[in-house]
Design a protein around this ligand. Structure first.
Ligand SMILES: [Zn+2]
Length: 463
């Protein structure tokens, strides 16, 4: 977020879909490299960092030192990248860095802070003072949950605000033309610039040298800080918005970030939106979740599509796929046990479990269409079809979405899309083939999902 002096915390025509997919999604796919790719130098750097990443809670952990390293690396990136790309200098941060404790703001009030409670779980770039400010406890949590990459993601995002400010998208410009430079746009730009920094790091720039799996952790740290359902106004956007904005910078670089426009943003959050009730597993199964995929790929005459089977206590048919598995012989999508999905169901949400189940029905549909269920493209295609189903089933946040399959069934609400994205970032099971093998990393799965959400099943099933 940015602060000054207080914290600031649709659908499109079918013809436009292809252009949007080509313009937005395909360059991301083409320019990305597999997030599972690691060079030997990546391994060495990541191993050295393990001691730091494991340290929060150990007593001697110095989150200020981690933040200092991250800021040093980010500054190193911008001090060369900014002049080289924008033909102007990258000045030192005049107002400095302000790690802040919520208990201490009465005596040491950081710049731009009006109410002391504002610092809790917060970080911001203060344009008036040219200063970076963060809640030390929040950064410590990020370090514990996401490692150095999580700390760097937050600080790279705040530095991203400084970048667009130096490029003229500042508070004065926002006041003069709020429709062109809404807060949501500058938040998206900041995520995008963070992505550009991480790409440089992955490519061997700087000292931290993050690898692909650490970049996924960085993105997760940002995606988890999505706008809550019912937020008064759109700020950072939904989890999908944040991943795609980051990925634009990662894949396409800083000029792409600087050229971001409001047209790329998802619809504004609906302040009237209420979370839909959390559903238990039997309710999920009784929902006609398989219906979308049966319609997409009808079974042969006299055959049924797979039903979803609740835990029976019997051994699963395909352990390698995980707790929710397609058993093609029966056919059935079987859930091993309640315990096996409890982490996803309670930890992320009921729609995360539904996404696991939808993934197996998507895999069955791929088989019925005569496409391979065990090659290198299977996982990408499967998750893409889950995205197509999501566009049908889940309304709400996210980039502009085509009307591919008719009305939403009303079961799912805006927060459910966030649950799907958080699952895909952290869990490879939706992308596993029939033998349980996944070829897709976290961000790649979200991009596959977004492609299906934008383009519908046709975008997934082309050769
Ligand atoms: Zn921000």
């Amino acid at each position: 977020m940015t602060a000054t002096p207080t914290n600031r915390t649709g659908r499109i025509r079918p013809q436009a879909v292809l252009a949007l997919v080509v313009a937005t999604i395909l360059p991301v796919l083409a320019a990305d490299r597999p997030s599972t790719a690691r060079s030997s130098s990546d391994d060495a750097t990541a191993a050295e960092r393990t001691a730091v990443d494991d340290a929060p809670g150990a007593g001697s952990f110095d989150v200020d030192a981690v933040a200092e390293d991250a800021i040093g690396d980010i500054e190193s990136y911008w001090s060369t990248t900014f002049p080289a790309n924008f033909d102007r200098p990258w000045p030192p941060i005049e107002g400095g860095l302000h790690p802040t404790d919520a208990t201490d703001v009465a005596e040491h009030r950081p710049p731009c802070l009006v109410r002391s409670t504002e610092i809790v779980a917060n970080s911001y770039y203060c344009e008036a003072a040219d200063a970076l400010v963060w809640d030390r406890a929040m950064l410590l949590d990020a370090a514990a949950e996401h490692g150095t990459a999580g700390v760097a993601a937050i600080l790279a995002h705040e530095s991203g605000h400084r970048v667009h400010m130096l490029l003229g998208v500042d508070e004065q410009a926002a006041r003069a033309d709020p429709d062109r430079y809404p807060l949501a746009l500058t938040e998206s730009m900041a995520d995008c610039h963070a992505g550009a920094y991480f790409r440089w790091s992955v490519d061997g720039g700087g000292e931290l040298r993050f690898d692909g799996s650490e970049v996924d952790r960085a993105v997760l740290a940002l995606a988890r800080a999505h706008d809550p359902v019912g937020a008064e106004k759109r700020t950072h956007g939904g989890a999908l918005d944040r991943v795609l904005a980051f990925q634009r910078g990662y894949a396409e670089g800083v000029h792409r970030c600087a050229a971001s426009t409001v047209d790329e943003l998802g619809p504004a959050t609906d302040p009237q939106a209420a979370p839909v009730p959390h559903r238990q597993l039997p309710d999920l199964v009784s929902d006609d979740l398989a219906g979308y995929f049966v319609e997409l790929a009808p079974p042969g005459s006299g055959q049924d599509g797979p039903a979803t089977r609740l835990p029976t206590g019997e051994p699963g048919c395909a352990d390698a796929q995980g707790a929710v598995a397609l058993c093609p012989e029966e056919p059935v999508v079987a859930i091993d046990s309640y315990e096996a999905v409890a982490g996803v169901h309670e930890g992320i949400g009921d729609h995360a479990t539904a996404t696991l189940v939808a993934g197996r029905h998507a895999l069955a549909a791929i088989g019925r269409l005569g496409l391979p269920v065990d090659d290198a493209n299977t996982g990408s295609r499967t998750v893409c079809l889950v995205g197509a189903w999501s566009a049908d089933a889940v309304a709400g946040q996210g980039p502009p979405m085509p009307d591919t399959t008719g009305e939403s069934d009303g079961w799912w609400g805006p927060g459910d899309l966030d649950e799907a994205v958080l699952l895909l970032l952290t869990d490879d099971r939706p992308a596993r083939d029939v033998h349980g093998i996944s070829h897709r990393g976290g961000r790649e799965r979200v991009i596959d999902f977004a492609l299906g959400r934008h383009g519908g099943p046709d975008a997934c099933l082309s050769p």
